[in-house]
Ligand binder design. Structure first.
Ligand code: ATP
Length: 327
């Protein structure tokens, strides 16, 4: 046990994700369980620079487990990218006696903490919190399960209207450059086609899937498109199909930010709780400059360098299954 650590600072950074609050709660309660003081740093690196830092107790994180968003707020900070900004942040942490950090966020937030660690050597552990599931070193990121469930619920609703009006819908889901939300919401929502950046499907191949509808009088269908699609987003693909054929009555829905909010699923709450406790225990056992994750259902700590140089590839098997089921 690292008894040199006495005060742990926790913050959320980058895009918010459902389950971040459950992770904050777990970090706070685990810190107190191990008799450490814990401080919430507001608005990510912005609040660190401004000294917007509050002491947290076990009760200050009551009734947040089930809430979306983040009580610590999140922000993106230009100032922290410069050495002068990071110096200000370090001075504020020193003022509060904070001697270890836990960041909940995405790869950008981890990159920031890594630079900070190299300069100031504060033991730090990152917890992956992003709906995109695009971080290597963990099978799941906090928020991904909830966001995918939200997308599935939306696709189910869109399917009702697609069927009633014989319409072809293009539904665009989030995920940045990752197709995780798209492939799994597409499988769960019974999509006729799924377009993800990791696949090499061309527009011609997509059109070949839709075209038989003209012969079989199948007008209604749902195509799920990942926002990182390399052959165009939902609007562009819809336009291209409309240019080819006047047979389809085409509509587009972009789900956007509604995928980021809402109450976390049981899965995200449990994942966030486990990772929060493991982040504190990792720090107290001497881990530093690592990300805590879950691999094959076991807690694992991955050095930041490995996280940075890797990718979280889509399971090829999911892609194969999606293609079989969409005939
Ligand atoms: P999401 O995946 O949801 O976008 P993220 O954590 O990747 O979340 P970013 O906006 O990329 O979000 O990063 C959050 C913040 O981390 C940035 O606003 C910046 O303050 C800090 N940061 C990112 N990269 C660096 C870097 N190379 N050096 C210093 N700070 C950085």
């Amino acid at each position: 046990m690292n008894n040199a650590i006495t005060k742990i600072g926790v913050f959320t950074s980058g895009g918010d994700a459902p389950g971040m609050n459950a992770a904050i709660r777990a970090v706070v309660r685990a810190s107190i369980y191990y008799k450490k003081e814990v401080f919430g740093i507001m608005r990510g690196y912005e609040g660190m620079i401004d000294g917007d830092i509050v002491k947290l107790g076990a009760r200050s994180v009551g009734n947040i487990l089930q809430r979306g968003g983040t009580i610590l707020k999140s922000a993106r900070s230009q100032e922290f990218r410069a050495p002068e900004g990071r110096k200000k942040a370090f001075d504020q942490l020193k003022k509060h006696g904070i001697d270890a950090l836990i960041a909940i966020g995405g790869d950008g937030s981890f990159a920031g903490l890594h630079v900070f660690f190299e300069e100031y050597h504060l033991p730090s552990v990152c917890i992956p919190g992003t709906i995109d599931n695009d971080i290597p070193g963990t099978d799941f990121t906090i928020g991904y399960d909830t966001a995918t469930n939200t997308a599935v619920e939306a696709i189910d609703k869109i399917r009702d209207t697609a069927l009633s009006h014989n319409r072809l819908f293009f539904v665009e889901v989030m995920g940045r450059n990752s197709g995780y939300i798209a492939i799994n919401s597409g499988i769960a929502g019974g999509a006729g086609a799924i377009i993800i950046p990791e696949d090499h499907m061309t527009f011609e191949a997509l059109y070949a899937i839709l075209k038989p509808g003209e012969e079989t009088a199948k007008k209604s269908n749902v195509v799920v498109v990942a926002e990182g699609s390399k052959i165009g987003g939902a609007i562009e693909l819809a336009r291209k199909v409309a240019e080819r054929s006047s047979y389809f009555d085409i509509k587009v829905t972009i789900l956007g930010h509604l995928q980021r909010g809402g109450s976390p699923t049981y899965f995200d709450r449990v994942l966030a709780s486990k990772l929060g406790v493991a982040a504190v225990e990792g720090l107290l056992h001497g881990k530093q400059d690592v990300m805590v994750g879950v691999l094959d259902n076991k807690i694992s700590y991955t050095p930041f360098e490995t996280v940075r140089s890797g990718t979280h590839a889509i399971n090829e098997e999911d892609l194969r299954i999606a293609k079989i089921l969409s005939i």
